[in-house]
Design a binder for this molecule. Structure first.
Ligand code: SAM
Length: 252
């Protein structure tokens, strides 16, 4: 049996979610990562999973040597097609399941962002964390950005579901159910528009920050600081969204 996420990130994903990434948002996230990870031209960085390479490319344009890793054939093809004039010495993409050890090591930093964990079991996440740790040098930084349980509970408490109108008028609505025992959110996205109707389902283990820090420690990654998503701002668990997305900066 293959995992849901192995087929989820396809051309349809790009149609549905692609338009929601603005160049400004991606530039701001890339700038946050640049500062958080202390990057400089020539720094060796892993973006894993890299998806369609939106951050990989921006960091490479800024002078880092970036390797983007993902399992999705469609997203990697999109990333490769958008490389522009960047040489492979600065930007490379590689198709791999991150639960398997990476073949290259000695990187200065690695990052895993935009809720790219919790798709499978905790053992799967632990394997990914260990593999990212093993790929960076001693003292190397590894950064994660994700939603968390308190944020999800705050959204559920307000009955908030994500609804989106795409540029072609397609309406996309997300329905979520929280399994309190498994700590997983089961999501169904329904869409209808000029190109037809359809649905996609996914399942996310949504950790509390406590659980996440514990799992990272188990993988040998020591917490350095918490941030508001991919920004250098500190994470503060307050407000209607209990701080919003969390960024965890860790060190090998
Ligand atoms: C929500 S996307 C985010 C991509 C990218 N980080 C970004 O910010 O746009 C999640 C990605 O994780 C990838 N992914 C999830 N689990 C993976 C695994 N075990 N090995 C490789 N890729 C994985 C999926 O293929 C998908 O492209």
């Amino acid at each position: 049996v293959s995992d849901w996420w192995e087929s989820f990130f396809d051309a349809q994903y790009l149609d549905l979610w692609g338009p929601s990434f603005t160049a400004e948002q991606t530039a701001a996230e890339a700038d946050g990562l640049w500062r958080l990870l202390g990057l400089a031209p020539g720094s060796r960085v892993i973006d894993a999973p890299c998806g369609q390479g939106r951050l990989t490319r921006v960091l490479a344009e800024r002078g880092a040597e970036v390797v983007g890793i993902d399992q999705s054939i469609d997203l990697l093809a999109t990333a490769e097609a958008a490389r522009g004039g960047l040489p492979t010495s600065r930007l490379r993409y590689r198709r791999q399941d991150l639960r398997q050890p990476l073949t290259e090591t000695g990187f200065d930093a690695a990052f895993n962002v935009f809720s790219s964990l919790g798709y499978g079991s905790e053992a799967d996440d632990l394997a990914v964390f260990r593999n990212l740790r093993a790929a960076v040098r001693d003292g190397g930084l590894v950064f994660f950005d994700t939603a968390h349980r308190d944020l999800m509970a705050a959204k559920l408490a307000r009955g908030l579901t994500n609804t989106d109108v795409l540029p072609d008028g397609t309406l996309c609505v997300e329905r979520v159910k929280l399994d309190p025992v498994a700590g997983r959110v089961e999501s169904t996205w329904h869409w209808a528009g000029p190109a037809g109707t359809g649905k996609k389902v996914g399942s996310l283990r949504v950790y509390t920050i406590t659980e996440l820090v514990r799992l990272l420690a188990q993988a040998g990654l020591e917490l350095v600081s918490l941030h508001r998503g991919c920004s250098t701002d500190p994470f503060v668990a307050e407000g209607p969204m209990v701080g919003g997305r969390v960024g965890l900066l860790t060190r090998r």
